[in-house]
Design a protein. Structure first.
Length: 592
């Protein structure tokens, strides 16, 4: 017992030191945890109870997927339509296919190539969402595309884990039985989420401790049922005194991994009104076991095998950071998005996933892959995840330097004339850049005032919708000087930008003032420092979305006072607007 306590203590203490150093150097934490495992395992030999640590790491996998399930918001897929469903599926299939073929060419056998294809096909939801959130880009167009594709990848990854568990016994009938068992469990999960859990959680929510325990119980209950589903079905069948042939017995016997059960448990809780509180309570536990999991990956690395995989490692790194983004850029272009949106989306996904680590760890346990593939995956994860933090941080600078070389991607998109509706550009018109949540309210007001308006947006789905409503619009990027030239800035009375990108807004301010110094300019900023720089550059007013709520409330208090009738009228008007926004998919971001 003392040895176990010592091992866990050593892991946490050393992982904390490395994580602290990583944070000081502005590096992601996951590679720091893996390096911890490498330092205290293969290099120093401090850990003795590796079997216990491996068992704890399995719990870490379960909690990781439990959290992913709870944060699964299927509604977000609607925000970017087809590119989430078809684009995400196409990206996984295309990346897997190319990676599989390339792996065969460089000398891997079929099963190893299969695993390498899967390892490379997925990108890291945990890492990318964290980095986008830090940059406040979750709600940008490319941010929504990334989230949609990542959610689709997570769904596919769950099915992949399901199939890999039964790979040794794989046959068409076993696949059918596995799917039937999965469907049965999903129906059970839906019934629980819809009719049973709400009342249980409502009562449990009266006590934070009880709510925490109920959430944990649901996680463990689903994990156990999914893992033992085959035996449960066999027992039920036998209790009904029905004959069961040996063939069917073998098909029913395999269950699912506890990770899949934990994931489905998370999904059943995802729409609970208490989800934010549940996540807040579960996160520290998840972080503890997840740390153990990532450290355990480093523990299993072997230095000897690392020296023999340098060549395939370099090839796979180049595949992940060059060919994988290239595939996604082509998909974005095919779905009508400009090269800038495609580039920002693809560079954020140029890494392997935590699912990749889970897949290869499971493959090692099942005996499908050897230590070389495991080590290769861990090193690939460390390098590509570290590179991603730099790609996302400097994505705009990188794009500006290479945009002239990737112009051919725009050939796959629809031409500007196919995605624009500008009947007549008159004098004193108003230009709105970005038809998002803020832009929606602005358009309503301007149309009520009967102002001539032109909307610029680089989401083709938004432009198609505006064209159907006969609202003057133009598909393009405000960071593109050619687009700005087509907007007749000289005769515009007002320019409003709801785009929060600093570089784009500075360009818009400069070009507008050069064309007409009397044009009024409204721009949007996320940071106070950005807002001040916009004022220095000539903006007339800077919108700070995080402060809008307080300003709006102060105006309401001053305007409505204690007049109950006016407050009720305003309430009814607000409810009507919220219903309209709900129909349009303008969900407010969920903060976990």
């Amino acid at each position: 017992m003392e040895n176990i306590f010592f091992d866990i203590g050593a892991i946490i203490i050393i992982a904390t030191v490395f994580a602290y150093l990583a944070k000081l150097m502005k590096q992601p934490l996951i590679p720091a945890y893996i390096v911890t495992g490498l330092m205290i395992g293969p290099l120093a030999g401090l850990i003795t109870n590796t079997a216990v640590i491996m068992n704890m790491s399995e719990i870490g996998i379960a909690f990781l997927l439990f959290m992913v399930g709870m944060e699964m918001d299927i509604k977000k897929l609607k925000d970017v339509g087809l590119i989430s469903y078809l684009g995400g599926l196409t990206q996984v299939v295309a990346t897997f296919t190319f990676a599989f073929i390339m792996s065969m060419f460089i000398g891997f056998v079929h099963r190893e190539a299969l695993y390498i294809g899967l390892i490379i096909a997925f990108s890291s939801t945990t890492i990318v969402v964290k980095l986008l959130s830090d940059k406040r880009e979750i709600d940008t167009l490319h941010g929504r595309i990334i989230i949609g594709i990542l959610l689709m990848q997570d769904i596919i990854a769950i099915f992949v884990l399901l199939i890999l568990t039964n790979l040794d016994k794989f046959s068409f009938l076993i696949l059918v039985f596995s799917l039937l068992k999965g469907i049965l469990l999903i129906i059970t999960a839906y019934v629980c989420a819809k009719y049973i859990f709400p009342s249980i959680l409502k009562f449990a929510a009266k006590s934070r401790e009880l709510l925490f325990l109920v959430a944990l119980t649901i996680c463990f209950l689903f994990a156990l049922i999914f893992n033992k589903i085959g035996y449960i079905l066999i027992a039920l069948w036998q209790n009904l005194t029905l004959y069961l042939s040996p063939e069917i017995y073998k098909m029913l016997e395999p269950g699912f991994s506890i990770a899949i059960g934990a994931y489905v448990a998370g999904v059943t809780l995802a729409n609970s009104p208490y989800i934010v509180e549940i996540i807040g309570r579960i996160k520290p536990l998840r972080d503890f076991f997840a740390t153990i999991f990532f450290v355990s990956l480093g523990l299993q690395l072997t230095i000897g095998s690392a020296t023999t995989i340098i060549k395939p490692l370099m090839i796979l790194i180049l595949f992940v950071i060059i060919l994988k983004p290239f595939i996604l850029m082509f998909i974005c272009s095919f779905f009508g998005y400009k090269k800038r949106t495609g580039f920002l989306s693809s560079m954020s996904l140029a890494q392997v996933s935590e699912f990749s680590l889970i897949i290869v760890a499971q493959g090692l346990v099942l005996g499908h892959v050897g230590q070389d593939i495991f080590t290769l995956t861990i090193l690939l994860a460390i390098i590509t995840i570290t590179l991603t933090s730099y790609f996302i941080k400097y994505e705009e600078d990188i794009f500006q330097k290479i945009k002239r070389y990737i112009g051919f991607f725009d050939r796959f998109t629809e031409s500007g004339h196919e995605l624009e509706y500008i009947p007549d550009i008159k004098k004193n018109h108003i230009i709105l850049c970005g038809y998002n949540r803020i832009g929606y309210s602005v358009v309503k007001t301007l149309r009520k005032l009967k102002k001539d308006l032109i909307i610029v947006d680089f989401n083709p789905e938004v432009i198609r919708k505006l064209m159907k409503e006969h609202i003057a619009c133009l598909y393009g990027d405000v960071g593109d000087t050619e687009v700005l030239e087509r907007l007749n800035l000289k005769n515009a009375s007002m320019v409003i930008s709801t785009v929060p990108t600093k570089r784009d807004n500075l360009l818009l301010i400069r070009k507008t003032k050069e064309a007409n110094k009397n044009t009024i300019i409204f721009v949007t900023a996320n940071q106070l420092e950005e807002a001040l720089s916009f004022y220095d550059s000539g903006a007339d007013y800077v919108i700070l979305p995080h402060f809008l709520g307080g300003e709006h409330l102060s105006v309401l208090i001053e305007d409505l006072g204690k007049d109950v009738k006016r407050i009720i009228k305003k309430k009814l008007s607000h409810i009507k607007e919220l219903q309209e926004r709900k129909e349009l998919g303008h969900e407010h971001p969920r903060h976990h």
